[in-house]
Design a protein around this ligand. Structure first.
Ligand code: MTE
Ligand code: MO
Length: 322
């Protein structure tokens, strides 16, 4: 599509394609995905899988922040623990989660905070994602609220912290050793969070968080903890690397800034949260030459961030009319 102004990307270049660049490699339980980085893994979903609203679990992108992540889980010993500022600490087996609590389902988009990073000018460090670090699934599991209710959140609690089983080679206690993310106890999204044991009706693939992951509808994937095994109720704000240093965005309405303002240290930052509205043309792709004067089917997808999509408008005349 063209617009009345200059094109957004300075092409031509390989990163102007819809997807990022890399070989197609299949991880266990997965179809071949585009491998951007191997360790930690960044594997992107090829565009063709976005022709349908739901993304097959086997085609979901894969991203982990640390390099040492579980490749198998012994369900005899695995437990999801709730600890910290609670009345009664809890330890749930997968069987307890599936049998003792009401199962609920939600359709939600999971999107990496860095999705489409390769489009940034100037370039940002990190895996140069195209648009495939996202997917939509039906997630089924237990309400986080039901689990917290069992434990009894005590007064004086400020955040709930989530951690999985992965580790990094960094110094103990540093961001390079543990991946931990927290949500404020008064964040309304906690009421919508699900500890999910199924994705599109099937167990989660190992690399996507088996046996359970946190689902935070409308929020970036950084909070969607895989192999969720520790839920900690905190009495102080979480200041670990992944909350205080990484995953921040400018604290203004559009979440935007300039390299100059960052350098001058005039920008206030806050942890990323809900996703903005986004939309994508999926077909035709940029390689298709459209014959002038003939009808052309255009297919795409749109997502709303928080809440459901209520309306999609398309412009076929360079954003003059919609
Ligand atoms: N345990 C754990 N969960 C995690 C992460 C991680 O590094 N470890 N990374 C987060 C980020 S940044 C993303 S984008 C998603 C990726 O989930 P996926 O691999 O299922 O696509 O997991 C989130 N949850
Ligand atoms: Mo991410």
């Amino acid at each position: 599509m063209t617009t009345g102004t200059a094109p957004i990307f300075s092409g031509p270049g390989p990163l102007d394609g819809w997807n990022g660049l890399g070989p197609l490699i299949a991880l266990p339980q997965k179809v071949p995905l585009i491998r951007l980085v191997d360790r930690p893994p960044l594997y992107e979903t090829p565009r063709a899988y976005f022709q349908s609203p739901f993304t097959p679990a086997a085609a979901f992108f894969v991203r982990s922040n640390l390099s040492l992540f579980p490749t198998n889980i012994d369900l005899k010993t695995w437990r999801l623990k709730i600890e910290g500022n609670v009345g009664t600490p809890q330890s749930f087996s997968l069987a307890q989660l599936t049998q003792d609590f009401e199962a609920v389902s939600v359709n939600a988009v999971m999107q990496c905070t860095g999705n489409s990073r390769s489009r940034f000018q100037p370039r940002r460090p990190g895996g140069q994602w195209g648009n495939g670090a996202m997917g939509c699934a039906t997630w089924t599991g237990v309400r986080l609220r039901d689990l917290l209710g069992k434990a009894g959140v005590k007064s004086g609690s400020v955040q709930v912290q989530f951690q999985g089983l992965d580790k990094g080679a960094g110094a103990p206690g540093s961001g390079g050793a543990d991946y931990k993310k927290s949500l404020n106890v008064n964040d309304p999204v906690l009421d919508e969070c699900i500890v999910a044991y199924a994705m599109n009706g099937q167990p989660l693939p190992m690399v996507n968080g088996f046996p359970v992951r946190l689902v935070v509808p409308g929020y970036f994937a950084t909070y969607w903890m895989k192999t969720l095994s520790f839920i900690r109720v905190l009495t102080k704000p979480d200041d670990n690397f992944w909350m205080a240093t990484a995953y921040l965005q400018p604290d203004n309405l559009r979440g935007t800034t300039t390299p100059q303002a960052v350098k001058a240290k005039t920008v206030k930052f806050r942890p990323v949260g809900s996703m903005p509205v986004r939309s994508f043309i999926v077909t035709p792709d940029e390689t298709v030459k459209a014959p002038a004067g003939l009808p052309l089917n255009v297919q795409g997808l749109a997502m709303s961030g928080r809440g459901a999509v209520t309306k999609v408008e398309v412009s076929t005349d360079g954003v003059v009319g919609w």
